[in-house]
Design a protein around this ligand. Sequence first.
Ligand code: SF4
Length: 346
Amino acid sequence: MITRLNVHRQSADWQRALAQAVTDPEELFQRLALDPALLPAALKASEQFRVRVPLGYLGRMTPGDPNDPLLLQVLPLAEECLEIPGFQCDPVGDLESMPIPGLLHKYHGRVLLVTSGACAIHCRYCFRRHFPYRDASAIREAWPQILMYLRTHEEVREIILSGGDPLTLSDDKLAAMVSDLAGIPHLRTLRLHSRLPVVLPERIDDTLLGWLTGTRLRPIMVIHANHARELDGTTRAAMERLELAGVRLFNQTVLLRGINDDADALAMLNHALFDSGVQPYYLHMLDPVQGAAHFAVTEEHALTLMKQLSRQLPGYLIPRLVREVPGHDSKTQIAHSPHAVEGFSL
Ligand code: SF4
């Protein structure tokens, strides 16, 4: 039974975990016994995009290993300060597709809302690391205008809550938002994109499940896991709670040099996702955002990885390799469907 006391305790648990995240590069170096010679560069890079790592996620890293695949996702490096041609502040044309601040309408039938600029973790490869959240958040003054836009666009069936990370918002705010959205008859699906089930699994509590599954909208959650080591007993328990409550779970991975650009790492990730009840969905080429060029993997290598994966995994565990091209009316698939990849087996 959910009591008021339980609700407060759960909410305090995840909010405490969120507040206790490491935000000081020096502390990150100390906790993980990293080479202090790299600290000045980390401090400089973190001036542009701050460090943020939840303690639970940090606890899955191996101290003293500068190549830990979880560490590399959050460690600021000197390379971030280089200006590389072709890498931009708005790599996927978000600002061009925003008829109202915080509302992105790129694809037929789906609308994305930038609900928050906050995240539980700061991923160094983030394609929205330069996004002007202050001027473009859907929950500020623009909310009545957004509801009006959705009411008059009857072709929209699916609403996507994104950010930042929507699950950094309070349950009260999210519940009110979902209740307004559920009042628009042609909306059918509520999709959340969140990294919190992976990096702060405490967030998946009874209160969250209450508003997420207590709506007439069909709930979907896309978690963003990039490496099998990100998934452990705590994240599995979070996914299980979501799955049991009726939330469909999908995963989107960013292909990242030095982190998961290897067939064995990707195969292990997709097995671990399946063990957690999560369906692999997209393997995303890096969006060319300024400061993240050192994570880029070539298309040629990505296609080789897809071939290797097709030999190692059943078809239902193979994500689609895609990239986002600004102005296109869907994601661009790079390989054909897994069924067309050589050696595919069910
Ligand atoms: S959680 Fe998502 S939005 Fe937030 S920094 Fe990471 S990639 Fe960017």
